[in-house]
Design a protein around this ligand. Structure first.
Ligand SMILES: N[C@@H](CCC(=O)N[C@@H](CS)C(=O)NCC(=O)O)C(=O)O
Length: 126
């Protein structure tokens, strides 16, 4: 398995979960501005969304979207007790929070991007 990540990005979440469960995996750093991986691959060919994280399986299949990736990892290592089994009401509480965090993070990052672009054009920030 390989986790595509970028420093300081939301790929940290699956990275932490992989470490937490003791998974065996490789890491490949992505330059999110240039959309290139450290080994020189065009990142658009890895993820058409151009975003990290991506979890790549040994058969070449890839999984995207942090909240999905962390649940997949947690489900492979039930002994770690990170998520309740699917079907239990508690599982949907986990999904409530994962969804909330993802949406909130997205909103925050969009606001940051707008502020940054305004700063570049020397406009007052809100
Ligand atoms: N919905 C995606 C969002 C992923 C995301 O926003 N990734 C950011 C880093 S935190 C990214 O790669 N941005 C680069 C870009 O959009 O060009 C998820 O939850 O995994």
């Amino acid at each position: 398995m390989k986790l595509y990540f970028a420093p300081g990005a939301c790929s940290l979440s699956p990275h932490i979960v992989m470490r937490e469960v003791g998974a065996n995996f490789d890491l490949e750093q992505v330059n999110n501005q240039e959309k290139k991986t450290k080994s020189g691959a065009d990142y658009w060919t890895i993820n058409g969304k151009g975003q990290v994280p991506v979890l790549e399986f040994d058969n070449g299949e890839r999984l995207t979207e942090g909240p999905v990736i962390v649940q997949w990892i947690a489900d492979q290592y039930p002994a770690a007790g990170l998520v309740p089994p699917a079907g239990k009401p508690e599982r949907y509480r986990v999904q409530e929070w994962l969804n909330f965090i993802t949406i909130s993070h997205g909103r925050f990052m969009s606001r940051e991007a707008i502020c940054r672009s305004r700063r570049v054009r020397s406009m007052p920030t809100p």
